[in-house]
Design a protein around this ligand. Structure first.
Ligand code: ADP
Length: 162
């Protein structure tokens, strides 16, 4: 069975990421979520927090068999280390496409053995992004439709402590 790696910032994990995870899990024998250590975006949660939150959220959603790891540096090296065949990414609007296209071509150039596989967002999550969740939460808004309870709690703690 094929092995896939699903990389991202997961700052924090949302129901959009979880939907992609659930769907990718059906196609791949093994799925590994890889949290990137040093995303360009200045993360709200530390790497350790993002990994733990991702694990908590997956447990809450009945997906505890999905492995969660972290990586620093090149994604293709992480894919190699896990014996992956494919790189999973999600696509929302046009804005995702340009970036994902560029990354997929760069990764293919670096390591053609890894196939990039894209999952189209579910309609109800098409607007959902971690940045939007953080913004709503920072104003005390209700994010229960966007993230599981463990993430809601972490957002309250993190943003309340600011
Ligand atoms: P990155 O900083 O690498 O883009 P993200 O955590 O923002 O990391 O996203 C990881 C992947 O999940 C990306 O491919 C992104 O397009 C996808 N993704 C994020 N939110 C959604 C969503 N609501 N629906 C579908 N895909 C999503």
């Amino acid at each position: 069975m094929a092995i896939a790696i699903y990389p991202g910032s997961f700052d924090p994990i949302t129901y959009g990421h979880i939907d992609i995870t659930r769907r990718a899990r059906k196609l791949f024998g093994r799925l590994v979520i890889a949290v990137v250590a040093n995303p360009h975006k200045n993360p709200l949660f530390t790497l350790e927090e993002r990994v733990e939150l991702t694990k908590d959220a997956l447990r809450e959603e009945g997906l505890s068999e999905i492995e969660v790891t972290s990586f620093d540096g090149l994604l293709v090296e992480c894919a190699r280390a896990h014996g992956a065949d494919a790189i999973v990414r999600g696509l929302r609007a046009n804005s995702d496409f340009e970036y994902e296209f560029q990354m997929a071509l760069a990764n293919r150039d670096l390591a053609p053995q890894f196939e990039s596989v894209f999952f189209m967002t579910a309609g109800n999550y098409s607007f959902l992004a971690s940045s939007m969740v953080k913004e709503v939460a920072s104003y005390g808004g209700d994010v229960s439709n966007f993230v599981p309870k463990s993430v809601q709690k972490a957002l309250r703690e993190k943003l309340g402590a600011r």
